[in-house]
Design a protein around this ligand. Structure first.
Ligand code: MGD
Ligand code: MGD
Ligand code: SF4
Ligand code: MO
Length: 692
């Protein structure tokens, strides 16, 4: 075979926040495969299955290739000009506060910045958010309160140096497999691996100690461990005295009889001996890190859970040093970047607050919109948008959604559908026709990662490049180009002058202190750079909080927290806890992985995990179809009877439109982060009559 028309294009994985690098193999101008790129320090040429098959959806015949406008309930193909004319006319007809935008953790920093500027400058709306709300909103709020910065404290490479990894609420080996590899390296270097999860996942199987427990008891467990640490005098007295405040207040709560290991064992279901062993390993290790993800954040007490993780790391002095830290594993490839770019209702780029007059003036001046920008007031979160749409029809009328699929990913889909149908005008910009796009008035076809240059910021704050490997299909356009052209149509060409993604990055660096020292030349190296990177000669910052915390007084804040149960707890009618999450093969709403034959073949439909004792009591057999019912809805789904799930708890992945877990989930929110309680609601399961 001739290799004349073949080339390798180095790029970064479009799936998870680990940020692995690989080569796209391009033949005759089309991507045909993935090949290893060995020089990335993050993954050293290794990939998980999603990275390995990340080429398969790119040239799917289902890609959107032309703008679509809905006429009489049916989509008809339209020219870009027609689509832009219609959108511009509609956007001009609404008041700023009647419009909302969802940005995307799947697209580049440059594209999120472009949407953020478009929302605040062209639409002049303060309502912009994205799926970080459903994901690590608790981290952003909780770690900012504790440390003054809401990001993962240490780096991925650093995890391999730890002497003890405590993983809770993160199925690391399936959801961040190449971070799992670092955990294995730590283990080979003698580290103890402790894992807490209601499910005996592949991560559990690698742990030295696995603690199975009931969803929703994390604060009790962490308080119990802190009580045991303080009782034994294992706390880091020097760190507590010099680097933190409010230890006495924390002590008052964690030393209560409620948090004795005996009582915590009753709350959580973990045997006392295991809690003792975990605490001893953790407290006595020379360095100990925490790895957490959605099991911690997706609760009505998500912020409390995150602050508890911060508390135990401050009490043991495990911060600001190698092998330590609170490692909040960010999920989507660029969810860190979408937050950094200000695709949130309360901040501009780099977490500069919209209500801060100086920051507001800085952006208004830098952008130069003659008629000003959105007012200096916080906007609505995704979850609030849905509530306003259903509870106060007419207040929000129009939404512009880029690269999100809330009709599968938001909690309580009946509620979301009701909300979407209350919109007067919906624009969806995606690479595929999604369940959400189906409800749109206009659908805009976007280019995917393999078709664009740009940057994305991984969970460890490393800003890395995407590089164009092929042209977009049909008339599909780069997301940022769409914003520029639409802005020009609405009279703002001057504010969107960019000719390349690099031009946008240069503007981002100018207005964002933590990115100020970065540019494409620098990011083009295999190691790229970690923010904060304030100046061109700054090396970047793999480990945060070395000498002091980012709070104004430099101290870490210890917060006393009481354990609270989930919003919905099992009762006679709905006797089981339902928790939801993912599997290694599928990605969220499945738009990409379900169009990747190798991935789809592995887990082609959903299931519900049921403990054998519960299944026996219900008369349910393995693989049998059952009906799962909550106060919000019901789905028919196949049973997977397995001892890997705790008795009394059931688990469903949320990837599948044909049996969507989010018909069932509760949209009760954490009061601060406004994140929904995806990880615990109450469910009953019925056998579907044999005759059916
Ligand atoms: N293959 C694949 N990888 C992914 C994704 C994907 O869709 N597919 N999504 C990415 C994204 S955006 C994210 S945010 C991450 C999420 O990564 P993870 O958080 O690791 O994934 P989840 O499956 O949501 O939940 C993790 C674990 O939390 C446990 N859990 C349930 N309830 C509780 C509880 O009350 N407390 C604790 N401590 N644990 C509990 C669940 O049993 C589950 O095993 O994964 C990323 N990686
Ligand atoms: N029950 C339950 N629900 C959950 C969770 C859970 O644990 N349980 N987890 C939550 C979490 S953590 C998350 S992050 C959310 C994820 O929720 P979503 O972000 O809604 O899920 P995705 O399927 O990743 O949707 C991304 C969309 O972007 C599109 N896309 C991909 N690349 C591009 C591009 O370059 N340009 C454009 N314009 N579009 C693109 C994809 O086709 C897809 O439609 O789900 C949440 N929902
Ligand atoms: S671990 Fe994450 S970034 Fe790495 S290949 Fe897998 S999905 Fe991609
Ligand atoms: Mo996420």
């Amino acid at each position: 075979m001739s290799t004349m028309n073949m080339k390798y294009v180095q790029t970064t994985c479009p799936y998870c926040g680990t940020g692995c690098t690989f080569n796209l193999v391009v033949k005759d101008g089309k991507v045909v495969g993935v090949a290893p790129y060995h020089r990335s320090p993050v993954n050293e040429g290794k990939l998980c299955p999603k990275g390995t098959y990340a080429h398969e959806f790119i040239n799917s015949p289902d890609r959107l290739t032309t703008p679509l406008i809905k006429k009489d309930g049916k989509f008809v193909e339209a020219s870009w000009d027609e689509a832009y004319e219609l959108i511009a006319k509609k956007f001009k007809s609404f008041k700023p506060d009647e419009m909302a935008c969802l940005a995307s953790a799947r697209v580049s920093n440059e594209e999120n910045y472009a949407m953020m500027k478009f929302a605040r400058g062209v639409m002049k709306t303060r309502h912009i958010d994205h799926c970080a709300r459903l994901c690590h909103a608790s981290t952003v709020a909780g770690l900012a309160a504790a440390f003054g910065s809401g990001a993962m404290t240490n780096s991925i490479l650093d995890i391999a140096q730890s002497k003890c990894c405590f993983i809770l609420g993160s199925n690391t080996f399936e959801q961040h497999p190449l971070i799992g590899r670092k955990v294995m390296q730590a283990k080979m270097n003698g580290a103890k691996i402790i894992y807490a999860d209601p499910r005996r996942t592949p991560t559990a199987k690698q742990a030295d100690l696995y603690m199975q427990f009931r969803s929703g008891s994390d604060v009790a467990i962490l308080n119990g461990m802190m009580q045991e640490i303080i009782r034994n005098g294992w706390e880091d007295k020097e760190f507590i005295a010099n680097r933190t405040k409010d230890f006495e207040k924390l002590k008052e709560v964690v030393m209560k009889p409620t948090y004795s290991l005996e009582n915590v064992s009753k709350i959580s279901g973990i045997p006392v001996a295991q809690l003792k062993q975990a605490t001893e390993w953790f407290a006595k290790a020379d360095s100990a890190c925490i790895l957490y993800s959605m099991g911690i954040t997706q609760h009505t007490v998500g912020v409390d859970n995150v602050k508890s993780c911060a508390n135990i790391q401050m009490v043991t002095g495990n911060l600001g040093k190698p092998g330590c830290g609170v490692n909040a594993l960010r999920g989507q490839n660029n969810v860190q970047g979408a937050c950094d770019m200000g695709a949130l209702p309360v901040v501009f780029t780099g977490y500069q607050k919209v209500i801060d007059e100086a920051a507001h003036k800085k952006f208004a001046d830098a952008w130069g919109f003659p008629d000003g920008i959105a007012e200096a007031k916080n906007g609505y979160e995704v979850t609030t948008m849905m509530d306003v749409l259903t509870a106060k029809p007419g207040e929000l009328k129009c939404m512009y959604i880029m690269g999100e699929n809330p009709m599968i990913s938001d909690p309580d889909l009946t509620h979301v559908e009701h909300a979407m149908k209350n919109l007067e005008f919906l624009v969806v910009q995606d690479i595929f026709m999604t369940e959400t796009a189906n409800l749109a008035d206009v659908v805009l076809p976007a280019a995917c990662y393999a078709e664009k240059d740009g940057t994305q910021t991984s969970t460890e704050r490393r800003v890395q490049m995407w590089r164009k490997a092929q042209d977009p299909p049909g008339q599909a356009k780069l997301d940022w180009v769409i914003f520029c052209e639409l802005a020009a149509k609405m009279g703002y060409a001057k504010q969107f002058p960019w000719k390349s993604a690099e031009d946008i990055f240069t503007e981002i660096a100018k207005v964002t202190p933590s990115y100020a020292g970065m540019n494409y030349a620098r990011l083009n190296k295999p190691e790229a750079a970690h923010w904060p990177c304030p100046t061109a000669d700054h090396p970047g910052t793999p480990i945060l909080h070395g000498a002091k915390f980012a709070n104004p007084d430099g101290l870490g804040v210890l917060t006393p927290l009481e354990w609270k149960p989930p919003a919905e707890v099992p009762d006679a009618e709905y006797p089981f806890i339902l928790t939801t999450g993912r599997c290694i093969w599928q990605w969220h709403t499945g738009t990409m992985t379900r169009r990747s034959p190798h991935l789809e073949a592995e887990e082609p439909t959903g299931w519900i995990e049921i403990n054998p004792e519960d299944a026996k009591a219900l008369g349910i057999k393995d693989k049998e179809m059952v009906r799962a019912i909550t106060r919000r809805g019901q789905v028919e789904v196949g049973a997977r009877v397995t001892p890997d799930i705790m008795k009394g708890v059931m688990f469903m992945p949320f990837h599948y439109a044909e049996c969507p877990a989010n018909r069932l989930t509760n949209n009760a929110l954490d009061p601060i982060a406004k994140i929904p309680e995806f990880k615990a609601c109450s469910v009953k399961v019925e056998k579907i009559a044999e005759a059916k």
